[in-house]
Ligand binder design. Structure first.
Ligand code: PMP
Length: 284
């Protein structure tokens, strides 16, 4: 496996960063995960735009190599060979000579990339597979979740409690208001209305969320960005999660509440997946 670090392609076994890197010491860094299908990056411009937004909000300088990001990613895909991959890119504020909250003005950002094989969405091959098991959790994250920061402790801790080994995803809520998953955005279906929490809530504006919002509207579905409360959950006909690596996956159960069953063709998540699959044919 090949990685890319500050201008060089280096094998996974040999790549090294300094423990004085601010990404390591402070979590002072942002990231993106970009999928590729058939050696083509999917929604690259949208991911790049969000990365620049994360850099701008955190005031991490834009690394010079960002202007060549597309060819660099294509080179990494080529070196790592799988036809479908997920590229991880992380940019930290860089390595300082001493640990200090305030970074030296001369510090240059660290840019690291790696890629792994993109697992096929299991609901493509087996749409009848039981949906995900998710659990509600009070949202303890910071208030700037639109920044894709690597500081992810609140997203990770719930999965490491002893009794949480069979949970697929955590659903964060602020009081009654449901925000998003710990690693995905959330959609609800009420009758024929598809609803996802609005950007004004404390969420990451998922590239996949935005893609489905736009494409489902174009395809004539009724879609709305609107607050959903915990008390609305028992009225939901479907719940799905979306992300760049999971695409779209149905939820079977939220805490002890099991979602109603329908025929496969009636599920909106399945119709949405078909839209994506058609679009990906164009991408290939
Ligand atoms: N919300 C959170 C908290 C996430 O970590 C992710 C996955 N990166 C998403 C939403 C989905 O974002 P995207 O569709 O851009 O992968």
């Amino acid at each position: 496996m090949w990685t890319y670090l500050n201008g060089e392609f280096i094998s996974k076994e040999e790549v090294r960063i300094s423990p004085f890197d601010r990404g390591f010491l402070f979590g002072d860094s942002v990231y993106e995960v970009i999928p590729s299908y058939n050696n083509k990056l999917f929604l690259f411009d949208e991911h790049l735009e969000r990365l620049k937004n994360s850099l701008s909000i955190t005031n991490i300088p834009i690394p010079d190599s960002l202007k060549d990001l597309h060819p660099l990613m294509m080179e990494l895909l080529k070196k790592n060979q799988f036809s479908n991959q997920a590229i991880y890119i992380q940019i930290t504020r860089g390595v300082d000579p001493v640990r200090s909250h305030v970074s030296a003005s001369t510090t240059v950002p660290t840019l690291f990339m790696t890629s792994t094989e993109l697992e096929t969405n299991p609901y493509r091959e087996n749409p009848d597979k039981e949906g995900l098991k998710v659990e509600l959790e009070e949202d303890m994250r910071w208030k700037r979740c639109e920044v894709k920061a690597t500081t992810l402790l609140p997203n990770i801790i719930p999965f490491h409690r002893e009794d949480k080994s069979d949970i697929d995803e955590i659903l964060f809520h602020d009081g009654q208001k449901i925000n998003e998953g710990s690693k995905s955005n959330i959609f609800f279906v009420f009758d024929d209305l598809i609803v996802t929490p609005p950007k004004e809530q404390n969420i990451l504006l998922g590239v996949t969320r935005n893609y489905f919002l736009k494409r489902l509207l174009e395809e004539g579905f009724r879609v709305l960005e609107k607050e959903v409360k915990i008390e609305d959950l028992n009225k939901a006909d479907e719940i799905w999660v979306t992300s760049s690596t999971k695409e779209i996956q149905p939820v079977h159960q939220v805490d002890n509440m099991v979602l109603p069953e329908k025929e496969l063709d009636e599920y909106y998540w399945h119709k949405a997946l078909k839209v994506l699959e058609e679009d990906l044919k164009g991408n290939c």
